[in-house]
Design a protein around this ligand. Structure first.
Ligand SMILES: Cc1cc2nc3c(=O)[nH]c(=O)nc-3n(C[C@H](O)[C@H](O)[C@H](O)COP(=O)(O)O)c2cc1C
Length: 361
């Protein structure tokens, strides 16, 4: 049920471990594949091993992280001679992440291909650098090339289109959001040790940013998209697919919840697919796109209230800016002042049990 394919390569599950600390080497990649990842992206391979500031990974609230971690701290040759071949021998579908300049693509793309990588993912901090990287990689490999887009760029959509013209086979969307800053109020010092305390935001907080980009990309290209950014549970993965992704990247979720969480994402997605009546992942891809038009929804909605589901938490009452909603916790009588209610929808959106819902036409 979870089997899918990206650029002609079959994946046993749509979950792809994004480039990051869990794919630090063969051992990490094999562990992720055994936990249920359909493919694994290596930590980014560059000319020189990274030296990271301290600390460089912190939790920044529920399901969200800030990191100042650079690329791989292994030398490139180690990836070519040991890490990629070892993961391949263990049966892992390996995507080699190569950054961040044309010169480095010239050094590593052909070698990664010959080492056995199934696909090449190109990543760069700078938008103008990506275009020559794609052109260089296309000359060096016939394997599928994925271009990793950044939400921090001025125009990722144009970069995606140019990359496809130059021969890119698919897109990974997206990289971390930043730079961002958090401060430890006990010391006044930044939470991560990068220059200016800058770090990059990942996990739940970035999902809406990424979803918006995925939908834009999916509306403009038929190339496969790995939706990466903020997927923390099975519901998030369905949202990512519905926005137009063909596979779902994960990085922060298995860091924060442990590698075995990839298996839970797989079983959770299967359960949700059954509920939604989907027998294949591809049936969910792009489901939301017909609803994402330039038209504003001007049709009013109505509320439904199922008292049997209500736990009288009163959140619907508390969040109403207009004091339009009241609930008598004893009689379970819910009242709405239609004269003052603006039908903003906030009350139903915070209901934890879906006792209060909205019905749109
Ligand atoms: C600690 C950490 C290290 C990362 N290192 C890399 C990297 O070396 N190369 C890369 O392309 N992306 C890197 N990323 C970005 C992730 O691949 C991914 O794009 C981002 O975390 C968003 O996905 P998420 O919200 O599921 O974590 C890193 C992310 C984290 C959290």
């Amino acid at each position: 049920m979870l089997q899918t394919s990206i650029c002609g390569i079959t994946l046993n599950s749509p979950f792809i471990l994004g480039s990051g600390p869990l794919s630090y080497g063969a051992k990490g990649m094999i562990r992720a594949a055994r936990a249920g990842a359909g493919a694994v992206v290596t930590k980014t391979i560059r000319d020189t091993p990274a030296e990271n500031p301290f600390p460089h990974m912190v939790s920044a609230g529920t399901g969200t992280m800030i990191n100042a971690e650079k690329w791989s701290d292994f030398p490139g040759e180690q990836w070519i001679e040991k890490e990629i071949p070892e993961a391949k021998r263990a049966g892992v579908t390996v995507i080699a992440s190569i950054g961040h300049t044309e010169a480095e693509v010239l050094h590593w793309a052909g070698k990664a291909d010959r080492a056995g990588a199934d696909m090449i993912e190109l990543v760069s901090y700078s938008e103008p650098d990506m275009i020559p990287m794609v052109a260089a990689a296309r000359k060096l490999t016939d394997k599928p090339i994925l271009v990793k887009l950044s939400p921090n760029w001025r125009d990722p959509l144009t970069c995606a289109k140019k990359s496809i013209e130059l021969g890119a086979d698919g897109l990974t969307a997206m990289d971390s959001v930043g730079p961002v800053l958090r401060i430890d109020i006990r010391t006044g010092k930044p939470l991560v040790g990068g220059p200016f305390g800058h770090g990059w935001l990942t996990g739940g907080a970035i999902k809406p940013i990424v979803l918006r980009h995925i939908a834009e990309l999916a509306a403009q290209t038929d190339k496969p998209i790995i939706g990466l950014g903020g997927v923390m549970n099975p519901e998030d993965s369905v949202e990512m697919l519905m926005a137009g992704a063909h596979a779902v990247g994960i990085c922060t979720a298995p860091i924060m919840k442990g590698i075995s969480y990839i298996g839970k994402l797989c079983t959770g997605l299967e359960t949700l697919m059954k509920e939604l009546g989907a027998s294949q992942v591809s049936e969910l891809t792009g489901m939301a796109l017909p609803f994402l038009t330039g038209q504003e929804n001007t049709k009013a909605f109505s509320f439904t209230f199922a008292a049997s589901k209500c736990r009288t938490c009163m959140r619907c009452v508390t969040v109403c800016p207009y004091e339009s909603r009241t609930l008598d916790a004893e009689t379970m009588n819910m009242e709405l002042d239609h004269g003052t209610c603006r039908y903003c929808g906030m009350c139903a959106s915070v209901c934890p049990t879906k006792a209060l819902t909205i019905m749109t036409s």
